[in-house]
Design a protein around this ligand. Structure first.
Ligand SMILES: Nc1ncnc2c1ncn2[C@@H]1O[C@H](COP(=O)(O)OP(=O)(O)OP(=O)(O)O)[C@@H](O)[C@H]1O
Length: 369
């Protein structure tokens, strides 16, 4: 990213992904983390560059070149000396110790202590991640491209992970409610763009918290197993719902695979709360589709929920009937004539549609929103 205009969203995503990866490397149970914990307990402090090569050599002065296996003991012993460590890019070896780093002093930093200022500038200049253990504060930080991230203790991470899990559970409930509301409206042929946008909005809110939870799982390492299990439970069926929703509401003018909910990822939290922005971000908005304009589902979601038909047969049914509304008024024999359906499944589909229809005496959510 040395020239041109970097896309801020892409670079933010790349940085977030890199941080997640690094936090996994620094998670409890890994040799580097064990070494860092020993340095914290020894109260000597440490400055560790995670990467080697010519770019790093340029900012190193003095110290001892080494090539020893990275172990927690070696990290601790070598950090007792003044200066910092250089770790190989594969994080397997310690390449130098007691190094004095001399990054460009003009690079901006808000840090105050010399160790932290050096780490911040070192990372900005080389692009390598740099870890600092503060001797005075017993705190570990990761510096990456001008930003500082706290490497939290497992108990702090667990507390935040549990909060995030509770939020994820409530977002999932709301998502399911909105999807059920949409089902009811689909059967009555009363869907408006806002109803689809409401499900998409809830899907994206769920996805964001899920990404946060996954970040905690990586950072917790061995201690993140229970959080992971709960996360798996709360994600069951959600990805499928997102995929089927896009198949149900992809505009005819857009080819399959080119319509997705991923446009929502670019919205700020504030913008995401406005259904108009949501509809626009997934191309259901704009002038020809104001929020209250009518829209019809093709029927992917309903057919997938109701039957065990293959996606190819479902596609055949949808190609035949065009949308869910025509499917609702189809007879059993008309359904049964479609290749791959047969009489038994045709009956299943009819019964499924009827039971949704009968159970649908819910009040309209739309008016309460
Ligand atoms: N340029 C540098 N290269 C390598 N090590 C450095 C450099 N600058 C500082 N250090 C290390 O940091 C140690 C402490 O520095 P200082 O107390 O100013 O930093 P700090 O950022 O306040 O960190 P701490 O919270 O650990 O005190 C030094 O004794 C030295 O070992």
């Amino acid at each position: 990213m040395t020239d041109g205009q970097p896309n801020p969203d892409t670079s933010r995503d790349v940085q977030a992904e890199r941080v997640r990866h690094l936090m996994a490397l620094l998670a409890p149970g890994t040799p580097i983390r064990e070494g860092l914990d020993r340095i914290v307990n020894g109260r000597t402090g440490g400055l560790i560059v995670l990467g080697d090569g010519p770019e790093i050599d340029k900012v190193c002065s003095g110290g001892f070149p080494l090539d020893v296996r990275l172990t927690p003991q070696a990290m601790r012993e070598l950090s007792k000396m003044d200066g910092g460590l250089v770790v190989s890019s594969d994080h397997e070896r310690i390449k130098a110790a007691a190094v004095h780093f001399v990054p460009d002093g003009d690079l901006p930093t808000m840090e105050t202590g010399t160790r932290h200022r050096t780490a911040d500038r070192l990372s900005q200049q080389t692009g390598a991640p740099v870890v600092v253990v503060s001797a005075s504060m017993s705190v570990m930080s990761l510096f990456l491209n001008g930003r500082r991230y706290l490497i939290e203790k497992p108990e702090q991470l667990l507390a935040r992970a549990n909060q995030a899990l509770a939020t994820l559970a409530s977002y999932r409930r709301r998502l399911v409610e909105e999807a059920e509301n949409l089902t009811a409206l689909e059967i009555r042929d009363q869907v408006q763009v806002r109803d689809v946008a409401a499900v998409a909005q809830r899907f994206e809110m769920w996805r964001r918290i899920d990404a946060e939870v996954r970040g905690y799982v990586s950072a917790l390492g061995l201690e993140g197993r229970l959080v992971q299990l709960q996360r798996n439970e709360l994600s069951l069926g959600v990805e499928d719902l997102g995929r089927l929703l896009t198949e149900d509401y992809r505009p005819d003018s857009v080819s399959p695979g080119e319509f997705s909910l991923s446009g929502l990822q670019q919205l700020s939290w504030e913008d995401l709360l406005e259904l108009g922005n949501v509809a626009e971000a997934i191309n259901l908005g704009a002038a020809e589709h104001p929020l209250d304009s009518a829209i019809r589902a093709r029927g992917h979601r309903q057919l997938t929920i109701m039957t065990d038909l293959s996606s190819r047969t479902i596609q055949r049914i949808i190609d035949h009937f065009n949308d869910l509304q025509s499917l609702v008024s189809a007879s059993t024999s008309e359904l049964g004539d479609i290749k791959g359906v047969g009489v038994r499944r045709a009956r299943e589909i009819r019964q499924g549609l009827e039971s949704i229809f009968e159970g649908d005496q819910r009040t309209h959510h739309r008016h309460s929103r």
